[in-house]
Design a protein around this ligand. Sequence first.
Ligand code: ZN
Length: 230
Amino acid sequence: MRRVRQPKKSSRPPLRLRMVVLGVQGSGKGTQAELVARRFGLAHISTGEIFRREISRRTALGRRAERYLMAGKLVPDAVTNAIVGKHLRFGRARTHGFVLDGYPRNRAQLTALERATPVTHAIQILLPDRVAVQRISGRLNCACGLSYHVQYHPPRRRGICDRCGRKLFVRDDDQPATIRKRIRIYHRQTAPLLAYYRKRGVLLQVDGRPAIAAVFRRVLTQLRRSMATP
Ligand SMILES: [Zn+2]
């Protein structure tokens, strides 16, 4: 029997899913981004993480970003775009695709991303503001690095760390007034992105209220549905 000639690998480009995950603080978008990336073999690119990596490796971009962060300033879009762009161009992100988490945050970043590599899907994890406040304000931290949640992951003894016995505290960032302010900023910055992705027909919306596994199933259903329709 004659062997059928296999097409060369390079002549068959992989699916290359390029996704953005959007969601208010507390929506669990980071977790969903991680799960989606693992399921489809994509690179999970979280801006917080790649910033930390660039800074700890003392790269030229990392040093530039650090200068702003040390001064308590926002890192300019040009630097953020360069750092994210660099990570989109190598490894799994280049060969298989990526899930972006924490980027783009505004119009300038959106424009840069669309120019570099337009996304195939934008997944928005929906969560009412009230629930987001509830989720975040319940977070408890310990000086030893462990964290808890009054409702979802309470310590065995109220207000006391299971591991080291220290008293737990709420970070300033997690105080209700601060959270409400962060949520307002999130909506203001994200509205134009959502409008853009909706218009381009790549926006998927998933209810973020159920448990992590249930939200993930819905994300998968939506993704499969979107891939089935050309
Ligand atoms: Zn502790």
